[in-house]
Design a binder for this molecule. Sequence first.
Ligand code: HEM
Length: 435
Amino acid sequence: MGAVDQATTGGHLARYDEALARDPMSAFGLVREWMRTDWRALFAELRERRPVFVTPAFTVVTRFADVVEVLSHEEVFTVRAFGPRLEAALDGPFMLSRDATPMNWREKGLMQVMLAPGDVAAVRELVGRVADEALDAAVARGRVEAVHELFRHVALEVCARYFGFPGPDPQTLSRWTRAVVTDGFANFQGDPEIQAASVAAGAEMTAHLRDRLAERRAALRAGQDPPDDVFARLVGTALPAATAVDDERIVANMAGLPLGFVESGPGAMVEAVEQLLLRPAVLAEAVEAAADPDPARFDAYVWEALRFNPFFKLLPRLCERDHVLAAGTPRRTVIPAGTFVLAAPASAMFDADVVTEPEEFRPDRPGHHRLFFGHGHHACLGVHPARAIVCEAVRRLLLRPGVRLLPPPEGEVVRSHGIFPDRFVLGLGQEGGER
Ligand code: HEM
């Protein structure tokens, strides 16, 4: 039975409406639980019957065209939904905490220059080497804990060697990003402890970066050759006074690199690998493609796998003024000012109006149907290196013989806050060889 049929008989909406009439808090809890565990069936039913799903707490936008519309109107649907949390951590503005300001335009442009698409081949090569070293170390044990031994390790090495931001040590950098990103994107109830942990981590991270920036400036003054990394490029860039960025802006943007990547990168890698391993026939094709000298053939499997469990399922926005969504169509809906809107790329990528046979695994889908990196004003800054990093880390893993899911509970992905993967043990090599 396809997801639409399941959804039609599944009756999520009937259960929601009944719970809402009886006890609104329980209705809210139901939707949150379904988003975590049963999102494909829930979204299928919503797309069909209530594509703009209005609840007392939030409104979910589920169709492809509507998700793109929300993300294309940054002055109406703003990041004020989470921006103040990021600003509390960074003690100042950042591109992902504001909309349509001169700072957005200037700093995104500057950082796009710093993350040059021409770096991608070398970054991919670096990731391949780091991943292979980690896998070599794991293979004798017949298993790998893919989150920390492999994917987060790769991400932290990219921060160190490409961004030029190793942190005091990988564990501390990892702790900082987790604390800030958890508050920004997973603290729906506004838990003050999570907020305080984020502010403390952000303060440590920015203080650390200020010290490293001072050291790098001193080294430049002493005539030392700078390392070849993004931090050095930023420090070495002298813009005309009218467009210059000061040291605080360099610190905020350097902090934004691991914040944008250390959770999302490993998150995407874990979800894609799990989806591939769940489909043995597809996996066999992907492994064959992994040996192709043209990486594009393999990469298409990673993106199609991720569609079946995207790391970013919902992108939160605050509606600043009344907006007519899907104007001129039967779905025309007024979104009132003040609405907390959740644009759902995870649902959009299953919208049959745009994505042909969405329930089928088809690696040949066109790139513009993929919304993994957002869309519009806040579309991912790191998209070029990130695409290569995610795919190469997954490729190196799948090139190893005998990669397999282990039976639950050991083989299950453990996710913190239901979002951030923390543990994913996989078998490697001959079956029965695990130690
Ligand atoms: C090199 C690695 C990465 C860096 C440096 C990075 C950095 C960023 C930054 C700074 C933004 C905000 C852009 C803006 O406000 O204009 C952003 C947005 C975004 N990134 Fe990335 N990112 C990386 C990897 C990833 C990965 C692996 C994913 C998921 C597969 C991802 C998904 C997104 C999404 C969905 C947004 C849009 C958020 C929104 O609209 O609310 N990023 N990224």
